[in-house]
Ligand binder design. Structure first.
Ligand code: TMP
Length: 218
């Protein structure tokens, strides 16, 4: 299904800097007079925020991979219905902090859920909605673990269930993102997340502007 708007998602390991970069793009595109919707997964709706608390809180303990998967898709189905589809229909550019590629990377490659099952749930629950462009901010697993540890210490925050598992999970997830990017190079654009904020911003701006220019030219 084609919509007048566009869905651009930001992906990467915890600590990759995607939220800062998403906000910078939102600000930049808004100053051009474009209609921008900023949202996140899980957490872009009231139900999504409750689900986020369940999936991230260490108090949830060891969730079965199927439970984690179902919760991510429950949050997403509600998010699409309540926020994303209406915005796309209204012609907005939706900038979303994580989307289905996170599920493939974390639950698929990270937890070992079969990728076909994820694709099937995506069709059944999310009408197969795919981002127009996915920006994958690539950092290595060691950097992700260091950044999330020091961020949590500075904020006196406990680690999330994902961060608690650290390196090994992050290595598998990163591999998953690279596999995805190899499979769909036109949609998933790899950006070096180890570069400075300004340099990453410039790289992302280039990809976003190229996409928007092509779209207008059509
Ligand atoms: P965030 O803090 O970047 O919003 O990410 C929250 C955590 O949720 C992060 O560790 C990745 C995880 N996650 C999944 O495992 N699967 C998903 O489908 C999504 C959207 C997030």
């Amino acid at each position: 299904m084609k919509y007048p708007g566009a869905l651009i998602t930001f992906e990467g390991l915890d600590g990759c800097g995607k939220t800062t970069q998403l906000e910078l793009q939102a600000e930049r595109l808004r100053t051009q007079g474009r209609a921008i919707m900023v949202t996140r997964e899980p957490g872009g709706t009231a139900v999504g925020r409750q689900i986020r608390e369940i999936v991230l809180s260490p108090a949830s303990g060891r969730l079965a991979p199927a439970t984690e998967l179902a919760l991510m898709f429950a949050a997403r189905a509600q998010h699409i219905e309540e926020v994303i589809r209406p915005a796309l229909q209204a012609g907005s550019i939706v900038l979303c902090d994580r989307f289905t590629d996170s599920t493939v990377a974390y639950q698929g490659y990270g937890r070992g859920v079969p990728l076909d099952d994820i694709a099937a749930l995506n069709r059944i629950l999310c009408c197969g909605l795919q981002p127009n462009i996915t920006l994958f901010l690539d950092i290595d697993a060691e950097t992700a673990a260091e950044r999330t540890n020091s961020r949590n210490r500075a904020a006196l925050q406990e680690q999330t269930r994902f961060e608690e598992e650290g390196l090994e999970l992050f290595r598998r997830v990163r591999h998953g993102y690279h596999e995805l990017a190899n499979r769909e190079p036109a949609r998933i654009r790899v950006v070096n997340g180890m570069a400075g904020i300004a340099e990453v911003h410039e790289a992302i701006t280039h990809v976003v502007d190229e996409f928007l220019d092509n779209r207008l030219a059509r």
